[in-house]
Write a protein that binds this ligand. Structure first.
Ligand code: SAH
Length: 408
């Protein structure tokens, strides 16, 4: 396999590290994060992003794990290999990326050509996301640790995914701190991109994503199975899709035969994408958009005595920081209380959360308490988590949960 030459060679060194006993325990359990304050011994004065860190056991001095040094993050070392030592070379990357591809293979047997090939820590590549939209691979870096290995990584991702174009996206941290070796956010680093809007399929439904300017890598792939489910439930129904973004749920509902769909979002630009996505598909139902703050929009629909067969509420992460958890829980409670009033008797309320700091059990409890508090009873149809292209291997990797409630 030819190795790409996107970057000049970036030299790295090896660093030996020992940890506080509590952190050592976490490493033995396979947790990928080592915070700065849990390091007790480090055999260099300054580490550079991507230096290879070997963690040694305090008592026996044997190999525990290895990872990459990140001077720009409080998570100072991101672990990539546990228990057995290994050379971190092109063959290592081939094995990790192939393993990741294997996990997703069954999805690609459906009429779907958009998927997350690499989901960071959960695929042993912390802070690295690789999403595929048709023949375009979007690689988003959230950490500087990958620059020294990027030539290998990109070559192997292309080889395994068969993509013809690669777009690099850089997180805000990478755009504001440290060296990016001349690379910038939105750069096409391999092949050509005819249009920044790429059309792809999700279970036969067509969507488009702006891979240069869109949120994250352009689209949210994580809800794929929930969208498909909504499509299956939607025949002949009226649907309200709150926080619709590019219309993921709305378009599946329309394609599934929904009679009337309203996409509600605060962003007009997102709603234009939703309309555009609906028009890519041959749909008969009526699609309208509502530009509004969700809380105000829901209240105004309640005031107008509107009701829908299906209401989907999938907000952005409300708890990006520890300090926001309480406020996030209150917002979930308010959304459940508002949402339930908009559901016809025996209709379905679908409540989702993508805040990793609010765990699934808590989120479902809040949702259920607040449905009941509104005086309506419910039965649980289904509770789901991530789709298979978002495998979860450590607690912080889990963020998505979605409850389907039949409202009496
Ligand atoms: N449900 C979408 C993803 C939602 S992303 C999907 O399936 O793909 C979150 C969306 O919430 C973004 O489009 C953002 O514009 C919107 N948003 C954020 N704050 C909002 C608010 N207060 N009211 C309405 N929409 C909001």
């Amino acid at each position: 396999m030819p190795i790409m030459n996107i970057l000049e060679n970036i030299p790295t060194k090896r660093i030996a590290v020992k940890l506080k006993p509590s952190a050592e325990k976490m490493v033995k359990r396979g947790h990928p994060w080592i915070f700065q304050d849990s390091i007790t011994k480090l055999n260099v004065d300054d580490g550079n992003a991507g230096d290879l860190v070997i963690i040694y056991d305090n008592k026996k001095n044997n190999f525990l794990a290895c990872g990459l040094y990140d001077p720009y993050s409080p998570i100072r070392v991101k672990l990539i290999q546990f228990k057995k030592s290994a050379q971190i070379n092109d063959a290592w990357f081939v094995s990790k990326i192939s393993e990741a591809y294997e996990i997703r293979k069954s999805l690609l047997e459906t009429d779907t050509n958009s998927y997350r090939l690499i989901y960071g820590e959960n695929d042993n590549l912390p802070g690295l996301i690789a999403d595929v939209y048709d023949h375009v691979l979007v690689v988003k870096l959230y950490s500087h640790i990958w620059f020294p290995y990027l030539n290998w990584i990109i070559s192997i991702l292309i080889e395994i995914s068969g993509c013809k174009t690669v777009v690099l996206r850089l997180s805000r941290l990478l755009q504001t701190k440290g060296e990016t070796f001349g690379l910038h956010d939105g750069q096409v680093i391999f092949g050509t991109l005819d249009s920044e809007v790429v059309i792809f399929r999700e279970y036969s439904v067509l969507f488009s994503a702006n891979v240069i300017k869109g949120h994250k890598t352009g689209y949210f792939l994580d809800h794929r199975h929930n969208r498909k489910r909504v499509g299956e439930l939607a025949k002949g129904k009226t649907v309200l899709d709150v926080f619709s973004y590019a219309g993921g749920f709305s378009v599946h509902a329309l394609k599934g035969g929904a009679k009337d769909v309203i996409s509600l979002d605060i962003s007009r630009q997102a709603l234009e994408m939703a309309q555009n996505n609906a028009s890519l598909n041959n749909v008969k139902g009526n699609h309208s958009i509502m530009v509004a703050d969700a809380f105000e929009g829901l209240q105004s629909l309640i005031n107008q005595k509107k009701q829908f067969d299906i209401v989907v509420i999938d907000p952005p992460s409300f708890a990006k920081r520890e300090s926001e958890i309480l406020k996030a829980k209150n917002s979930y409670a308010r959304l459940a209380r508002l949402g339930v009033q908009l559901v016809v008797p025996n209709g379905i309320l679908i409540l989702a959360s993508c805040s990793s700091r609010v765990i699934a059990e808590e989120f479902f409890e809040i949702s259920e308490e607040n449905i009941l508090a509104s005086g309506r009873y419910f039965s649980i149809l289904e509770k789901t988590k991530h789709d298979i292209d978002h495998p979860i291997t450590f607690p912080e990797g889990a963020y998505l949960k979605c409850g389907y409630y039949k409202i009496k």
